[in-house]
Design a protein around this ligand. Structure first.
Ligand code: UDP
Ligand code: MG
Length: 342
């Protein structure tokens, strides 16, 4: 800890560091997660708050969090009214966080808590945004190549660079966190938004482990949607591409029509064939163009659907209850260590 920070720690009320963790049916992981977090936080010796966002878990996650909270005043639980999804849960945590620095990370131990120390060190050295970049990832099969394909596509489509190894895991200083809170779009892709707000970012590399237990809580379909959100909320290129494809096809069709008309006027068949040879080519052209049109309509639909979502301006999530620790315990323990309830 720098001298300035340690002075702050003594004189300023409230947490310096907020850690935001979205939780959806992670009961079997929570003890391990909490033990590792505690070890890291106790070493850091910063006043901190641990914000667990319960995203409509249907297992014992909430009860376990409440039990943890009874022994650790640093814990704050944001209970959402239902399952709102990973990005919404993170946003709820970000909105609640009061620290000068906010760490966002997944709770499934794919993002190692031990890295928080490095993120904080980079922040204390002056970086306002610190992104944890994976050196390697442990996923296999379709998830792995879908993710790789997605990052390539995003790199091509996006008008500004996105670090292709950075996911959700990051630390945001006070200003970037505040700017990110101001962005209220419904279809969110936080790593993209984080790159969009700017600020010089530092990177810390790590090896991304596999999920510690259980299956991914995100279905493949949700992951695809997430990818679509990333592409459509950061780029007009798909629409521009469809205009280009339309122009090329229309140009070719005009050229073809001109050739047929000229041949007809000259009274000869194309390549000495009768002009109208049948409907194979017609059917092909109609089907092909119909397909292209449907794809383009679908693309436009993706944008319009998102516009509709934004116009409705519904909240990103609804908080059912905010569980705070009892005040005196919170006061006594914020910044200090706590007894282990588990
Ligand atoms: N999560 C959530 N709501 C959801 C799905 C997931 O809060 O609807 C949480 C989950 O508990 C975990 C994090 O988001 O802490 C990442 O989820 P997961 O590991 O299942 O996703 P993946 O790593 O496969 O993208
Ligand atoms: Mg995961």
């Amino acid at each position: 800890m720098t001298e300035a920070n340690s002075v702050l720690a003594v004189t300023m009320p409230g947490p310096q560091l907020s850690i935001v963790l979205p939780i959806f049916n992670e009961a079997e992981l929570l003890p391990q997660l909490y033990a590792r977090l505690r070890r890291v936080l106790d070493q850091l010796r910063l006043p901190c708050e641990l914000i667990f966002v319960d995203d409509g878990s249907r297992d014992a996650s909430l009860a376990q969090l409440r039990a943890m909270q009874r022994h650790d005043g640093r814990i704050l639980i944001v209970e959402l009214s239902r399952n709102w999804g990973h990005q919404a849960a993170l946003s709820a945590g970000l909105a609640t966080a009061q620290g000068d620095a906010v760490v966002m990370m997944d709770a499934d131990l794919q993002d190692p808590p031990e890295l928080i120390a490095e993120l904080v060190a980079a922040w204390q050295a002056g970086a306002q945004v610190v992104v944890a970049e994976r050196r390697s990832r442990a996923e296999h099969g379709p998830r792995r190549w879908l993710t790789a394909a997605f990052y390539r596509l995003f790199g091509y489509l996006s008008d500004f660079p996105l670090p292709d190894r950075g996911g959700v895991f990051c630390l945001l200083g006070r200003e970037p966190a505040q700017e990110l809170r101001r962005l209220g779009e419904v279809n969110r892709y936080l790593p993209g938004l984080r790159a969009w707000i700017g600020f010089p970012a530092a990177a810390v590399a790590y090896d991304r482990a596999g999920r510690e237990r259980g299956r991914s809580r995100q279905s493949l379909w949700r992951l695809l949607r997430y990818g679509f959100d990333a592409v459509f909320s950061f780029s007009y290129k798909p629409m521009r591409l469809s205009i280009l494809i339309g122009l090329v096809i229309a140009g070719l069709a005009l050229l073809g029509a001109a050739v047929v008309v000229i041949e007809r006027l000259r009274g000869a068949g194309l390549f000495h064939q009768p002009v109208i040879v049948g409907y194979t080519s017609t059917i092909f052209a109609v089907l092909f163009l119909g397909g292209v049109q449907l794809v383009c309509l679908g693309l436009i639909g993706e944008y319009i659907g998102r516009i509709y979502d934004e116009v409705k301006a519904r909240p990103l999530y609804i908080v059912r209850r905010l569980h705070r620790a009892e005040p005196d315990r919170a006061e006594a323990e914020r910044g200090g260590s706590a007894a282990n309830p588990l």
